[in-house]
Design a binder for this molecule. Structure first.
Ligand code: ATP
Length: 611
């Protein structure tokens, strides 16, 4: 018996409280769905079944041969028979192991293919989810489902299914052979098995609890490290003088882990001691009773028979133990499948209409017709928004923070869909347009510029993979970032750092303007950074953005007067409603919300810039 194997497996033999509470409902429909992922591979599965049966049965055969080796070869003093039996036994072992190798290959192959199918399907599905899915779900959860849950499925196929089959076959075959040899010894063997299995399970549980505690401790340590050794975390620690506090927290958690690890390792030792003692009692009992039967009752029993019984007995432990664990593995696997299917069942909210149209050309014009929108049913964000933006014109949207400016923008490329009213892009309702076309035609420079960890070039090429060097440089020049690029030793191949951390806010925004210029969208949306940039960066962005606005259809979410003045029309938003609209001079004269904003916000920004 391989003790190491059970040592590794036993940790999975128990359910946590949380798992007990969240037991999945195992229904016929669920099973059918699980197996539907296996059906494409039925031929390979059939092969595996045969292989498992063959290797389990062949695996038992050498134990039976041992009896004949002793009786016919050794006791019978027949050398040639002895050699033949030994060779046969070796050949059978080799055969069974070779089949095992093939079975393992097939197993892994199927598991990899099933999870490959699942992963791709899930990734494609998640990409179709609307933005609200990503804002309302924890990113960690999404990633766990994509990675650990799906890897769990792989384990189910490679281990759980195979384990049930091979252990049941081995167990039944061993019992049948034992009873055919001698029912008294076989019954004794069966009675001995719990002696081994019960201590194994209880020692396993102790060790499992310790492992879990130490796991929780390590998670805590990882949490501390993640929080405090990140760029912004360290900043917080330093600024609040929390070094000692964080050190103590880290130190304590580390100390707990040490204690737990020592206890766990000792529990492991005790476990092996108990198991090896008990696993020896069984064979000794069989020798004793077998010996008594043979000597005193002169039953038709040979030394070889007793040896076969002992050998088979040791083959019972493993399967019994594994099968006891299977129920737990089964529940856990089904829970995993249920979680994965939950994601698959999320409806795709925003997708191409069946009759979606793809116009040949987009002029970038937009109109909102009595649009109402809410992220959650409880709270409406936009009320009756109506406006027209003609091709080659520009609109500035201004308003206090939280008034719904970015929300209006989100409705145009259908990051969200409005609940009532219509958003038109060109002459078409956006809901009737081909999504790919729509999103290609709209370019957004957002406040939160997202850059990938890579070079400037890679970030730019994301918008247009086949852009030439000249196009890249032209875009950088237009976006007023080329002087920065030139200053870099590696030029366009300079790294931007994780999420662009190596760049300043202004540089990041100018880089994302260059990126959008490469995309060359019919409609350009510019969400101006609210955060104060220094006046030089601000002027540079301004210089970049103004000529761009003049030459194409654009919407500007503006915080600075210069940007507002560049637009043809200004919409003033307050609490999700357009409260005023017109040109700067009209609005200032009107003396309403705009004037208020002008006095408090724009003028100050202007004065700051002039300083
Ligand atoms: P700012 O100038 O600060 O960027 P804004 O005018 O662009 O503000 P929006 O971002 O459109 O404002 O937000 C309008 C309202 O909608 C806010 O009250 C905000 O809390 C809410 N909101 C924004 N995004 C979501 C979301 N994904 N889910 C739920 N509510 C949201």
């Amino acid at each position: 018996m391989s003790q190491g194997m059970h040592g590794g497996r036993m940790g999975r033999g128990f359910l946590t409280e949380e798992e007990k509470n969240n037991r999945p409902k195992i229904t016929g429909a669920l099973l059918k769905r699980v197996f539907s992922y296996l059906t494409p591979y039925w031929k390979q599965l059939l092969l595996i079944l045969t292989a498992i049966a063959a290797s389990s049965l062949l695996g038992l055969y050498p134990s039976i041969l041992t009896g004949r080796i002793i009786d016919e070869g050794l006791i019978g003093r027949n050398l040639s028979k002895l050699i033949r039996l030994i060779l046969l036994s070796l050949a059978v072992t080799l055969g069974s192991n070779l089949i095992g190798v093939g079975q393992n290959y097939l197993n892994t192959w199927i598991a990899q293919h099933v999870t490959f199918d699942m992963r791709n399907k899930m990734y494609a599905h998640l990409q179709k989810m609307s933005q609200s899915f990503f804002t309302s779900n924890n990113q960690g959860d999404i990633i766990t489902r994509m990675t650990s849950d799906i890897s769990g499925v792989e384990r189910v196929i490679t281990s759980t299914f195979t384990s049930i089959l091979s252990n049941s076959i081995t167990l039944i075959a061993a019992l049948v052979i034992m009873y055919r040899q001698n029912w008294v010894l076989a019954t004794l063997g069966v009675l001995v098995v719990p002696l081994f299995v019960i201590p194994t399970r209880s020692a396993g549980k102790t060790r499992w609890n310790l492992t879990r505690e130490s796991q929780e401790c390590s998670d805590e340590i990882n949490g501390i490290l993640n929080e405090t050794l990140s760029v912004s975390g360290q900043l917080l620690v330093k600024l609040f003088g929390k070094e000692k506090y964080e050190y103590d927290r880290y130190h304590d958690a580390n100390q707990r882990v040490i204690k737990l690890n020592v206890r766990e390792s000792m529990a492991g030792r005790w476990f092996f001691m108990v198991i090896s003692t008990f696993s020896n009692i069984g064979p000794m009992l069989l020798y004793l009773v077998g010996g008594i039967l043979m000597m005193n009752y002169n039953q038709n029993i040979t030394v070889g028979d007793i040896t076969v019984m002992v050998a088979l007995l040791s083959r019972l432990y493993g399967p019994v133990n594994s099968l006891l664990n299977i129920q737990v593995e089964w529940i856990r696997s089904m829970a995993m499948f249920t979680r994965i299917f939950e994601y698959f069942d999320l409806p795709v909210e925003i997708e191409n209409a069946p009759d979606a149209v793809t116009p040949k050309h987009a002029d970038g014009s937009v109109s909102f017709d009595h649009v109402n929108f809410s992220y959650d049913p409880e709270r409406q964000i936009l009320f009756d928004i109506t406006f027209d933006l003609k091709a080659k014109h520009s609109i500035a949207i201004v308003g206090p923070s939280g008034s719904g400016k970015s929300t209006i923008i989100n409705l145009i490329p259908r990051l969200y869909d409005c609940q009532s009213g219509t958003v038109y892009f060109g002459d078409h309702d956006v809901k009737k347009l081909n999504l790919e076309f729509l999103r290609k035609s709209v370019g957004i420079v957002s406040q939160e510029t997202y850059l990938f960890n890579g070079t400037i070039r890679e970030n730019l090429l994301y918008a247009k993979p086949d852009a030439t060097e000249a196009e890249l440089i032209a875009a950088c020049k237009k976006a007023n970032i080329y002087d920065f690029v030139e200053k870099q030793e590696e030029g366009l191949d300079a790294m931007v750092g994780n999420r662009g951390l190596k760049l300043s806010g202004g540089e990041k925004q100018r880089l994302s303007i260059a990126r959008v210029l490469l995309k060359d969208p019919a409609l350009l949306i510019f969400d101006e950074a609210t955060s104060a940039l220094d006046s030089i960066s601000e002027a540079k962005i301004q210089e970049a953005i103004e000529p761009i606005i003049q030459s194409r259809t654009s919407i500007l979410i503006a915080h600075r007067l210069s940007t507002i003045l560049a637009a043809d029309e200004i919409l003033v938003l307050k609490n999700g409603r357009i409260v005023e609209r017109g040109t700067h001079s009209d609005l200032v004269k009107a003396g309403g919300t705009y004037t208020e904003l002008y006095e408090t916000q724009f003028k100050k920004a202007l004065e700051n810039a002039e300083k």
